[in-house]
Design a protein around this ligand. Structure first.
Ligand code: SF4
Length: 525
């Protein structure tokens, strides 16, 4: 593979480290479609994995499409319609809507099934519940991206026979012949492809800043009750230290950066996490870590993170009710958490805390614990500037294949009332952000939806991408959203029951307890 753009960026986004190939007439062309902004696309590790894995093959032309370049490839300028296959990454539910918008801009009907490109989707929401997406694609892949890429390469010879090609790929589709489908995953993370070169743009900065992105582990052993990613990427796997160290060394050189961006669901569960960070600090290489599970953090680790140049530590306690936290798989010891948070603030770092409203068993009473906690924290810490404490509040969006799949979405008025109280914390110079309930509702419609939801998504995208367009589509189709607000029995059939992720027993057992908690609380009210 010859990479160009090493001195000057090329293409629509002035990129370097690029494999430029327009191919010959008849070359096999694969489009990578990321239905979000360009900056989000280059912040996504799978964009880099897919791009460099596929471009290793001389006879394949690969280009990328995003909402910022929906009709022309970022490098080749080739229209999307001229590609043989389009791989669409769905990172969260609403990406399905933006994907349809991209199709509309390209005059491709989501319902066409006889023309190219062959449309194939993957990503966590698709793996967890493929039903709403089935009518929007030729096939969806229930598994990790690398497994799909391998299958694709193995079957390139039959691309001129689209039916055989899609059959060989082991995709899930409307005519899938078996009653259930198992997830494909990489057993040993050391065997997964690592993109040493990564797409760098001179014009656009990735969401988490410039750096070399690496995944040191996949999955998460804690399987918290609301966390879809940990269930979708189950089981927990780690990459070997020598492979991580070698990749970081090569990645820093190849990308001309001095920063490592770690992508892992729970970073400090890697057995060599401290060693990796200490070495980076010694070598004066900066790094950034994702949100950290509270009980894996300690003062030494806070020091390491600060020395690595990170400005904010993000912790997601989700609730401060001990009972609810423990049932969710996130037991919290408030005094310990308070000490740790205080230490973070006294170190001059920003602290970002995530909380969820509408968890089974919670109420305005449990919100008071959040307010008290923050006030105490301010009292016991040396706050150095306004907004050093940041709160992010979200409603619980029940996700398929998680123990909270049985719990309904909190009602809008209850959520807004609770937010109104929490907003008072802004008067003590705490930054508080919260998700608009209506977007949570939109996500829940898709995440918990069935086959008919695909039609709603198409109608919605045809009308626009706003909430008014959603309302109109719901009305026109007479689409019932009752399922979003109904608690489910453990034995109720669910649209995603046929997808087997290997966590079904855990989900049922934990789900039963959470459902009891929810029902107890509802009776009390
Ligand atoms: S610790 Fe974090 S990543 Fe792991 S399961 Fe819980 S919420 Fe998900």
């Amino acid at each position: 593979m010859i990479l160009i753009g090493t001195t000057l960026g090329i293409g629509l986004f002035s990129e370097y480290n690029i494999a430029y190939k327009r191919g010959k007439p008849g070359s096999f062309k694969i489009a990578l479609v990321y239905p979000s902004t360009y900056a989000a696309s280059i912040s996504n590790l799978f964009t880099h994995i897919a791009y460099y894995y596929l471009t290793q093959h001389d006879d394949i032309v690969v280009d990328r499409f995003t909402l910022d370049n929906p009709t022309k490839g970022a490098i080749t300028g080739i229209p999307l319609k001229d590609f043989d296959v389009a791989l669409i990454s769905i990172g969260y539910e609403l990406d399905l809507l933006y994907y349809i918008r991209i199709l509309i801009k390209n005059f491709i009907s989501p319902r066409k099934r006889d023309k190219r490109p062959i449309l194939i989707a993957g990503g966590p929401p698709i793996i967890a519940n493929p039903e709403p997406a089935l009518d929007l694609f030729d096939g969806v892949f229930i598994g990790e991206g690398e497994a799909l890429l391998e299958q694709l390469i193995r079957n390139i010879d039959v691309i001129d026979k689209p039916r055989q090609f899609t059959d060989n790929l082991e995709l899930y589709h409307k005519d899938y012949p078996h009653p259930s489908i198992k997830k494909y995953f990489i057993r040993n993370l050391d065997n997964a492809f690592i993109p040493i070169h990564q797409i760098q743009s001179e014009k656009y900065e990735p969401i988490y800043g410039r750096g070399y992105i690496i995944e040191i582990s996949r999955g998460c052993k804690w399987l918290c009750g609301f966390c879809m990613e940990s269930h979708v990427f189950h089981p927990f796997r780690v990459r070997s230290l020598n492979i991580i160290e070698r990749s970081m060394k090569l990645g820093i050189e190849a990308n001309r950066v001095n920063r490592i961006i770690f992508y892992s669901l729970s970073f400090f569960d890697h057995p060599h996490s401290d060693k990796i960070l200490k070495k980076l600090v010694e070598e004066n290489i900066q790094f950034s870590l994702p949100s950290i599970r509270y009980n894996t953090l300690n003062k030494n680790r806070v020091d390491l993170i600060r020395e690595g140049g990170q400005k904010t530590i993000t912790i997601a306690p989700e609730t401060l009710s001990e009972r609810i936290g423990c049932e969710l798989g996130k037991c919290i010891m408030k005094d310990h958490l308070n000490n740790l948070c205080s230490y973070i603030l006294n170190s001059g770092l920003n602290l970002k805390l995530y909380f969820i409203l509408g968890l089974p068993g919670d109420s305005p009473e449990t919100d008071k614990l959040i307010a008290e906690f923050v006030k105490q924290l301010i009292e016991h810490s040396e706050i150095q500037r306004p907004n050093q404490i940041r709160l992010s509040i979200n409603p619980l969006i029940p996700k398929p294949h998680t123990p909270t799949q049985y719990i309904p979405l909190i009602r809008k008025d209850a959520y807004l009332r609770r937010i109104k109280h929490l907003k008072k914390l802004r008067s003590i110079r705490v930054r508080l952000e919260y998700l608009d309930w209506r977007w949570a509702f939109a996500q829940a419609i898709i995440s918990l939806g069935g086959r008919k939801t695909g039609e709603l998504i198409i109608r919605w995208a045809t009308e626009g991408t706003g909430l008014g367009a959603l309302r109109k589509a719901i009305k026109e189709l007479n689409y019932s959203t009752d399922y979003v607000f109904k608690p489910k029995e453990i034995d109720d059939p669910l649209p995603w029951d046929h997808v087997k992720l290997g966590t079904e027993n855990i989900v049922r057992a934990r789900g039963r307890k959470l459902l009891d908690l929810y029902l107890d609380q509802s009776e009390t009210n």
